[in-house]
Design a protein around this ligand. Structure first.
Ligand code: ADP
Ligand code: LRH
Length: 480
């Protein structure tokens, strides 16, 4: 029926997966999970880093399993797409060797560089060109902390994986837009910023757009995975949030989205960036989406707050399954204490329940010790943060948002979805959970000619293939 099979590698800051995506003009797009693996920061050589060798081994393992499942069905994998979290990179020497284990954005070293970078380029100028929200871990601050850049190249994490699979060095454009060194209007590198910061002009490999081919697999990869030698790696929205937004099942123009995982990315889709001083002050970002769209959004605190609490409680011998924990939180009355979920004080790992309780204390309120109370506080705070951010997005873009789509792992969190409907006063449509992998597959499927059209058509395919859940303002949440 003209259908094809694609592999999607999707690695978030908390977990990764390799999926097979099947797409055809008649049946739309479906996903099969092949391999899942945990992800998280490790402490190494005095810094917080990613266990990149282990991650890449999981990618190969997943691709090998995908090759074997496909072969068992008499299918051949047409291409592979890779997306991960943004801003982080690995430094390669001229021989293509990693010079160090990639740092995590949760490491503190970039914080110290902010002043130095802003002395070379004032934040107003940075924003007027890049339109990027200020986060102290944006790539430019991290690069400023590197002892040496001469003779090296920085490959953003998905580009680094693509390089190890193909031997080709590229920088995919949606993720390039999170570096702080990418011109939001021209869609090219901001060379004057590279110069002003003393970074080599070729610190990043050349840009590539979603849908373009990176290359075919290296013989060593073919051998280790059993994939066919002519399998291509195709650039997708390699920033996970770009792939997620591409798969938001919206049918109307005036929609907002919340990509809900480790972070909550809250915003709207625009045709052109908003680079005003008001936008900068509100710290909205203009990150690049698939098809040259602008993801006009803010990073709001995310389920990191929850997963870190769960990790602390488990270490103290209290482990409760997430659904039960959320149910207990849902049973508590509204109007409890709140925190500012965006506070950078929550960026680092460890002791999250204590840090949340301290933040509540600072507001003059008291948060009981019980996990359910802490979870309820997180959910109330996230929902309030979403509502504030959406109101800001409407004000700054002149849009009147009619519906809020929640995608990603957090779309399964019924309490959070209902609280978001209540706090925003707008209907919330939840799903799909695996929007990111779907966006990844859809861009590959379009590049292979299996599906056609713009984002609206791709989104129709997602909507047709997903069971969506709708939440209205003021509904009582039924038992989970
Ligand atoms: P990331 O891509 O940033 O790693 P995901 O989109 O995979 O994150 O979302 C992971 C989050 O989804 C978890 O931290 C958890 O809070 C939430 N989640 C996962 N499963 C469930 C579930 N069954 N019910 C509610 N929330 C869930
Ligand atoms: C979400 C995400 C987000 C970035 C952050 C570093 O996974 O990519 O869009 O801001 O990680």
């Amino acid at each position: 029926d003209g259908g094809k099979v694609f592999a999607a590698v999707d690695i978030g800051a908390s977990s990764g997966r390799v999926m097979l995506g099947r797409a055809s003009p008649s049946t739309g797009v479906t996903l099969e999970t092949i391999h899942r693996f945990p992800n998280g920061v490790i402490e190494l050589d005095g810094g917080l880093r990613w266990d990149f060798d282990a991650l890449f081994a999981e990618v190969l393992k997943g691709l090998a399993a995908a090759a074997s499942v496909a072969a068992g069905n008499g299918e051949r994998i047409a291409s592979i797409g890779i997306d991960t979290w943004a801003v982080d990179y690995g430094l390669l020497d001229s021989e293509g060797k990693l010079v160090s284990v990639p740092y995590s954005y949760r490491d503190e070293r970039s914080r110290m560089m902010v002043e130095r970078v802003h002395a070379a380029i004032p934040p107003e100028r940075l924003y007027a060109t890049t339109g990027l929200q200020f986060l102290h871990f944006n790539t430019l601050y991290q690069l400023a902390a590197e002892p040496e850049l001469n003779g090296l190249q920085a490959l953003l994490i998905p580009d680094l994986i693509a390089f190890l699979l193909t031997g080709e060095r590229r920088t995919e454009a949606t993720n390039a837009s999170t570096t702080g060194l990418f011109d939001a209007v021209s869609g090219k590198w901001a060379l004057d910023f590279l110069d002003a910061l003393g970074f080599p002009r070729n610190i990043f490999p050349p840009l590539i757009q979603p849908g373009e081919t990176v290359g075919t697999l290296l013989p060593s990869v073919v051998q280790r995975t059993g994939l066919l030698a002519d399998t291509e790696v195709v650039a997708v929205g390699s920033h996970d949030t770009a792939s997620a937004v591409a798969a938001v099942p919206a049918s109307e123009r005036e929609f907002a989205y919340i990509s809900s995982g480790t972070w909550s990315l809250v915003g709207v889709e625009l045709d052109a960036p908003v680079l005003s001083e008001a936008s900068r002050t509100a710290n909205f970002t203009n990150e690049r989406g698939v098809d040259g769209t602008i993801r006009y959004l803010r990073n709001v605190g995310g389920l990191w707050l929850l997963s870190e609490c769960q990790r602390s409680w488990a270490a103290q011998g209290f482990s409760q399954a997430l659904p039960a924990l959320l149910e207990a939180a849902a049973a508590l009355p509204a109007g409890g204490p709140q925190i500012n979920a965006d506070d950078p004080a929550f960026t680092a790992p460890d002791n999250m329940p204590d840090r949340i309780r301290a933040a509540v204390r600072n507001t003059g309120d008291v948060l009981p010790d019980r996990p359910a109370a802490v979870v309820r506080c997180i959910m109330d705070s996230l929902a309030a943060g979403y509502a504030r951010t959406l109101a800001d997005a409407e004000r700054l873009t002149g849009r009147d948002v009619g519906v809020v789509h929640i995608v990603g792992g957090g779309s399964q969190n019924r309490l959070l979805c209902q609280l978001t409907a209540d706090a925003t006063g707008k209907p919330v449509i939840a799903g799909p959970v695996e929007a990111t992998a779907l966006g990844n597959v859809l861009v590959q499927a379009r590049a292979a000619g299996v599906v056609t059209g713009g984002l609206a058509e791709l989104r129709e395919l997602v909507a047709a293939g997903t069971e969506l859940v709708r939440y209205e303002h003021g509904e009582i949440l039924a038992a989970q």
